[in-house]
Ligand binder design. Sequence first.
Ligand code: PNW
Length: 453
Amino acid sequence: GPKNDTATKRAFPPGFVWGTATAAYQVEGAVKADGRGQSIWDAYTHTPGKVADGSNGDMADDDYHRYPEDIALMRSLGAGGYRFSVAWPRIFPNGGGRPNPKGVDFYKRLVDALHEAGIEPYCTLYHWDLPEALQRKGGWQNRDTAKAFADYAGYMAGQLDGRVQHFMTMNEISTFIGNGYGGTTMAPGLGLKGQALAQARHHALLGHGLAVQAIRAATGAKTKVGSAEGIDAPMPAYDAPEHVVAARKAALEENAGYLTAMHTGRYTDLYLKTLGADAPKFTPEEMRIIGSKTDFQGLNVYTGNYYIAADNERGYEAVPFPSSYPRMQSSWIQFAPDAMYWGPKLMAEALGISDIYITENGTSSTAAPDAEGRVLDIDRVMFLRQYLGELQRGIAHGAPVRGYFLWSLLDNFEWSRGYSERFGITWVDFATQKRTPKLSAMFYRDVIASNAV
Ligand code: PNW
């Protein structure tokens, strides 16, 4: 009967953390406020031709001033967690030296307001906004940047000690190194190749490891430390044992430059062999630091790659997506709900990870206000419903996932796509800064309230 219409919903474990995620440069605006220094993203976005719509993060969502309103939005979702990032140039405007107390105060106010709303803060210390002063000295190509990052991370974690229990060192080393150092589509847009690129990647990993140690030294024993890394989730083409084995091997090798190094303290033989003369220079001590033990792993899961077993050195082969396979507005997001089942499960199995948070998942959508001002983003609702269903199934089959942070709370500055790709479950009219929850926000509120999908 009518009472049972939703009885078939799939339940998540008690205590599962439901949250939303943002990043400093994408939402804060206020780039000159209270002594903030310049970051590589200020420099990049103010270089003509770099961003699709010629926009920048000068204003973005003005969350620096409107965070109480944004916390009210989280409250109306019923969310229990919020993942935000600290802008390094607000804390150390030149990368190091004397801290800027007004920048520190902003994050203390933010975190206190979250606690008052009953929302647990999850803090990322680096979401790509490197102080421009450090880029002038080579950025991540310079080994000293790893040390500067650890100094900043330890200082900031110490300032938030007792108010924040979960810290993430960095967001998606794979993306900012791949697109910003290897490619030109993200700041600083260097287009490096070969050894120079592998060395920059190594320095970023070293920065992560040094920061893990610095955060531990600056905070109490209850503090949990991890990172948020992007994966193109490995998935077997279908559930046959040989393809599952192949996908698990891919989980290790396709992430060899990032998660595998961070969790094992070594580069795989195949990684070094494939790079050959372009391999990074490293010491055993550096590898020990990179492998510093963490308490949890954050995974940003948007899409995945299918694998089949293969009779080659790797034991696997990727199955390319035919051009007709469905994808979302952002052309890199292939619709792959399986990624949420297999990604966390196989990464946990391959690397022995005991606690995972999905630190980002979501999609862009072209849905816009209708005649009544409603945003009926049914594509995002279907995307989230399918991915969350697979996450629930994965947890039921043993994937150690403790929480989920939807990207994103708000439409925001989507890097080189500017404001042309909207990831929010809340519509933002950037001319007026008016916020309107979309259909997907109603959907997410319902998921959170029932702890089920
Ligand atoms: C992540 N790709 O970035 C970031 O952590 C967020 O800041 C970003 O807004 C979000 O995903 C949506 O894009 C990515 O091209 C950006 O593969 C691009 C890619 C992957 C992740």
